[in-house]
Design a protein around this ligand. Sequence first.
Ligand code: CUA
Length: 396
Amino acid sequence: MDERCYSAPHLGARMKLDRGDHRDVRRRTLAVLGLVALALVAAACAPNATQDSLQPAGPYARKAYDLYVPVFWVATAIFVVVEGLLVYFAWKYRHRKGREGIPPQVHGNTRLEIAWTILPAIILAGVAVPTVTTIFDLAREPEGDVLNVDVLGHQWWWEFDYPEEGINTANELHIPTDRPVYLRLCAVGVGYQGQVAPSECQPGPPEGSFPATLGDSVIHSFWVPELAGTQDVIPGRTNFMVIQADEPGTYTGQCKEFCGLSHAYMKFTVVAHTPEDFEAWVAAQRAPAAMPSVGTPAAAGAEVFAGQCIACHAIDGLQGPDGQPIPIQQQSNNGPNLTHFASRGCFAGCMLETNDENLRRWLEDPPSVKAGSWMPSYNLTPEQIDQLIAYLNSLR
Ligand code: CUA
């Protein structure tokens, strides 16, 4: 062992260095923390941010926004006053040399006690009035020309059913502008398909025709920040909410309640059309899918689909190898209805953009792409995958 380490001069030098080191470490830590805080604040200013409830794009989102803004400023004012006083008094009565004991106490000052009880009560009551009014306003069932859509939360994708139009689609909710859309929200699982406490949403296939929906029974939450607030989607319970868009456009949404492994990938889009474009979309979606010409790869894909995929999916217009139509009731809606798959910009809970490369990845092994996916790998051959992609692309 080196004896010099224990000699006094060395120890002194060592201690001086330590103090300098500590200051450096503290400075560096503060710098890193500052940068992290700056990055977090800057992230909120992303110029092309979607899912921004501070940019309401419809009357229902605007109602929430109009409540949020005044409440935010009231809360900010209270924060500044309270924290300001706290910092001021902490500084004013800080410990100094020559200052002994504690400062004069004002415990039991009746006037102060009454003031700081009544003032917050008045502020809270003032905030409560517009809050409660807005809650009731948003919860009211819309009147007049309303579009009704059933929203079903699955693990991990959204089903959209238009009972009056006879349309069933997934992950892409199409709506007309300037018309309230009344959503009836149900979660698939308990309370679905004739299980405990039937939900009010569109039932699935006739009871007993297919195994009960796989592994759902979890709570989701439906959220399109630019069009409305959030509403939970709960098995065995039917919730409602209204969304409405001013302008045509695409608004992105997200499941907002942790619902299992791929919760973060449970996304969707809302596409708002002019009323004329919406009618055209409805007409196109109502038409059954056309069968591809015999002998094409797409026709071979339809055969693969009829053989394997209808255990979980449905395509209106699908025919068996014998050329006979396969009724939609003999297919399944455990997974998304794919009748007009190619008209959708995304699939797999909007985790993936619709293109050949993504479809190939997905069909090879879904759970490796999306953790926990209920769609298993079917060990399809590369040829079968190409055929299925050709068929899916024909489903415009
Ligand atoms: Cu569904 Cu989170």
